[in-house]
Design a protein around this ligand. Structure first.
Ligand code: MN
Length: 403
């Protein structure tokens, strides 16, 4: 019996894909427990001999070409790896300790869209910034609200983030000032990676949308709340959002998440026919947010769950393409901040510290309403059912001072 790492995020049930850098060369790779394997080494063991694969497909800077092979092939690659490790000791193939290798951004991201699909988050923000009696805007229950973000500043976990500067309007002032943002926040999100393309002018029907989703990562959509508040009217987020987003390095496939399907929250009023779907199209994925202060003390500031999402990924994709907008392989569609129903499950400091009115005491005794210079924010995500565990590892980044 092999050690199948059942208690690890990267158990035999997971077999995610990522890009590892070894001696300056990038490889498509997977992870079992704390060991990283290149698919080229696994190919050398004959694992994929029954498949016709292009030469050099596993030596790549990104997963895009691999994903382009289609789900039939990529699923079979994943299953072949799973079968191999069930029968063979991991030491039979070259491997690299996960803590000692560098992972790079898993996909070349063409376009990035950020949704706003947690009812609790949208309600909280509506209460704080607009009107408690009408927290949700009239469109919110009828369509998954989203905006087009910027892909160039999406970075892999472990990349430091610099506090941005910008325009803000101080309280009671009538003119803006320029300087470092004073309200840097995290947003606890998950992102999915498009794995199949639709042509311009074609839509992706909601009941086919799963075919177009390759897998998921953790996603911290860093936000500058003071810049956001001043700039966002009328066209939505801009410089408050595009200075950085952090993505976890391992893409967990939809297949690996299959055991954790759950139903979405009930949608009332009934949505339009092109958004209707009955069944389990959401996933029970536990999410943690940890802030580590410069003193290296950890504080768990949120424990949420992907299952709280009001709008599912397939509804987001159906809505995004209902006008004929074309998706491309490697596009990233993020969930929006994932807040749960209770304050300990809110997905941003804006909500946890309620606009600065309820500062959070950290384990080193200091308090936070937003993120301080030197703080490290880590998202974790994992699904568990019986003996099966599938996780995402970490999505982590340290906030550096503005220069
Ligand atoms: Mn966001």
């Amino acid at each position: 019996m092999q050690n199948l790492y059942n208690h690890s995020d990267f158990s035999i049930h997971n077999i995610p894909f990522g890009i590892v850098v070894i001696n300056g060369q990038t490889y498509v790779s997977t992870r079992l427990g704390d060991e990283v394997f290149t698919l080229e080494d696994l190919q050398g063991k004959g694992l994929f001999d029954h498949l016709t694969l292009p030469n050099g497909i596993f030596r790549s800077n990104f997963l895009n070409d691999f994903i382009s092979l289609g789900k039939k092939i990529t699923s079979e690659v994943r299953l072949s790896i799973q079968r191999y490790f069930k029968q063979n000791n991991p030491d039979s193939v070259s491997h690299y300790p996960a803590g000692e290798v560098t992972m790079s951004l898993p996909v070349r991201i063409g376009d990035y869209t950020d949704f706003y699909s947690s009812r609790e988050h949208a309600t909280n923000v509506g209460i704080m910034f607009r009107d408690p009696a009408n927290a949700l805007l009239p469109n919110w229950l009828h369509l998954p609200v989203g905006y087009h973000g910027r892909s160039s500043s999406i970075v892999v976990s472990g990349t430091d983030i610099k506090r941005p500067k910008g325009q803000t309007l101080p309280v009671d002032a009538d003119k803006p000032v320029f300087g470092p943002s004073k309200q840097i926040d995290f947003e606890l999100e998950m992102a999915f990676i498009v794995g199949k393309e639709n042509a311009l002018g074609e839509t992706i029907p909601v009941d086919k949308a799963e075919d177009y989703i390759f897998g998921l990562t953790l996603f911290n959509d860093w936000s500058a709340r003071d810049i956001q508040k001043w700039e966002y009217v009328p066209l939505g987020p801009f410089l408050a959002k595009n200075f950085a987003s952090t993505m976890s390095p391992w893409v967990v496939t939809l297949e690996a998440l299959e055991p954790f399907r759950v139903e979405s929250p009930k949608q009332e009023p009934e949505v339009l026919p092109y958004l209707q779907c009955n069944g389990k199209y959401n996933y029970d994925i536990q999410l943690d947010v940890i802030i580590s202060t410069a003193e290296n003390k950890d504080t768990l500031v949120s424990h949420s769950n992907f299952k709280y999402m009001y709008w599912s990924m397939i509804q987001q994709l159906a809505h995004h393409t209902v006008n004929g907008c074309n998706m491309r392989i490697g596009d990233v569609l993020a969930s929006g901040t994932i807040s749960g129903p209770t304050p300990d499950s809110y997905g941003s400091m804006l909500e946890i510290a309620w606009k600065g009115t309820k500062p959070v005491t950290m384990s080193d005794g200091t308090t936070r309403s937003f993120i301080a210079d030197g703080d490290t924010v880590t998202l974790k995500g994992y699904a568990e059912k019986g003996d099966i565990r599938v996780g995402f590892g970490e999505c982590t980044a340290t906030l550096l001072p503005s220069e």
